[in-house]
Design a protein. Sequence first.
Length: 165
Amino acid sequence: MADLGHARRPLARFPGGSHPGSLALPRLEEVLEAAAASGEARHVYVTGGSLLGPEQESDRYGPVVAACRRAVGDRLTATCGLDAVDKVYSERLRDAGADSCCYNMETWDAETFRAALPGKARYVGWERWIAGLVDAVDVVGWGTGGFGFCSRDREAAAGTGNRGR
C-alpha cells in the first residue's frame, strides 16, 4: 500500500506464483523514491499476507525488499512484516536489504495459536515460530526484531484466552 498524502491504494498485485509481477517492482521503486525524496517518510514496511512456508516467504519478499533498498538507499529503514521464517531465510531477507523484521505471531499462547491460526499452526507451527523469532535476533540484531499480536477478539473467537483480565 502507498499513502503519500493520498488515499491508500495498492501499488500492484502479485498475480499467481511466488514472485512479484514484472510491473510491480518498478512501480514500487518509483513510489518509494518519491517518498524518500519528500523527506516525510522514514520507514518501509513490507508485508503481504501469509504463504505456505518460510522458503516461499523469502522467495516472494526478497525481491520486494531488494527493490525497496534500491529505491531508498540508506535513507529509510526497511522492515519485513511476515510470518516467522527459519534463520537462513531471515539472512536472505537481511542480505536483500531488510534492516529489521516483525514476524507477526498474533498470540503468545500455544493453544490459542493452534486454535485461532490453524493455517499458521499447520504450515509453520508454534515451536518453529518461536525459533524464527529467536533466530531473527541473531540475524538482524538485538532491538531490531519484533512481533505483532492481535487483540483479544481472536482469542475469544478461538474459545481461549484470558477474558477475565
